[in-house]
Design a protein around this ligand. Structure first.
Ligand SMILES: [Ca+2]
Ligand SMILES: [Ca+2]
Ligand SMILES: [Ca+2]
Length: 346
């Protein structure tokens, strides 16, 4: 430092040097990773304890040695641990490339270096682990229930498959029907991501099952028992919609029969009349009527068909579904005139 004040005496007007000592206090700084973004490779299904990578950080505070530790900050599937002193990262369980936590084959981990300051400061490193694929999945059908239309000629229904493994451990697939299917079912095409299930005219309406083998490009395969519903598509294009409607009608019919039997038994046994009031009988009957007459509307599939026609989205009351409840006093003897006439195609 130079003093330029003029002062007095012989040295007046001459600059003076003054020595000043400044003590700089050490402020805490966060540990810093030598590489903040690392890429590693790991084979899926590697056993627990497999070494993955090593991270290194330094603390810029000169009087601090080994004053921080490494910690795992983000590990969504809980697959890794880090040595707090060395920064070595190892697996703690088997890993899976097909996990939902692996995005485009990459599993991301964040590692922190946390010092012992007050408050503690943290440095962060990102580790991207590229999972090496193994052929540990077999192809699967997208649907286990199929609808096929009755027709005078062969009809084709698509069967789509998928494989969780990536290339070359997935598709295109080879499809094969097992068992005695000659003259009934065949596949065309039988190779690709979607096969065509062809029903021959000799197969009639009703429930069927087929055994389907699907192989990936490496020959790994799965065998599946598919349920095939064959129905008349001239009425509705969805066999399951018909099946659901028929099932509800059947439950309604059972409800009516149960209520009638119960009430008739009570009439015959007069002591029941003392136990079961007219109000209770009426309630049971109305419950049965509700079960039998309430018919849920089932949405019809109106898109995705190549007929070029438009199917009107509506439900029409079937003949015979009108319900008529007579006067309350006479419900036990002539309870209801309500019957369903729904007929299953099966
Ligand atoms: Ca896997
Ligand atoms: Ca795999
Ligand atoms: Ca596979």
């Amino acid at each position: 430092m130079v003093d330029t004040s003029k002062g007095e005496g012989p040295d007046a007007g001459q600059p003076h040097s003054v020595k000043v000592v400044i003590n700089v206090e050490d402020a805490n700084e966060a540990p810093v990773f030598s590489v903040t973004y690392k890429i590693a490779a790991l084979e899926e299904n590697s056993p627990s304890g497999t070494w993955v990578e090593k991270v290194t950080a330094v603390d810029a505070d000169c009087n601090r040695t080994s004053s921080f530790v490494y910690k795992v900050a983000h590990d969504p599937a809980g697959w890794v641990m880090v040595d707090p002193n060395t920064g070595d990262i190892t697996t703690v369980t088997s890993t899976d490339r097909e996990s939902p936590h692996v995005v485009n084959g990459v599993y991301t981990v964040l590692i922190h270096a946390v010092d012992d300051g007050v408050p503690p400061l943290t440095g962060t490193a990102t580790l991207q682990i590229h999972m090496t694929d193994k052929n540990d999945n077999v192809p699967q059908p997208a649907e286990h229930n199929l609808d096929v239309c009755v027709s005078d000629g062969p009809t084709t229904t698509n069967i789509t498959a998928f494989d969780l493994d990536g290339n070359p451990y997935g598709g295109p697939f080879t499809f094969e029907l097992l068992g005695d299917v000659k003259g009934k079912w065949k596949l065309s095409p039988s190779h690709g991501y979607t096969a065509g299930l062809v029903k021959e005219p000799s197969v009639y309406a009703g429930p069927h099952t087929i055994d389907l083998k699907i192989s990936d490009m490496q020959g790994e395969f799965g065998i599946y028992n598919l349920r095939v519903a064959v129905c008349d598509c001239s009425v509705t294009e969805n066999c399951r919609a018909r099946r659901n409607t028929t099932t509800r009608a059947a439950y309604g019919g059972i409800g009516v029969v149960f209520a009638l039997v119960f009430l008739l038994l009570c009439k015959k046994l007069h002591q029941c009349l003392e136990l079961v009031s007219v109000r209770t009988q009426t309630f049971l009957l109305l419950m049965a009527v509700t079960c039998s007459c309430k018919k849920d509307f089932v949405a019809l599939e109106t898109t995705g068909h190549s007929s070029g026609q438009t199917l009107l989205e509506s439900n029409t009351e079937n003949p015979g579904t009108d319900c008529e409840v007579t006067a309350r006093k006479t419900v036990a003897t002539n309870p209801v005139t309500c019957l369903h006439t729904s007929i299953s195609n099966f």
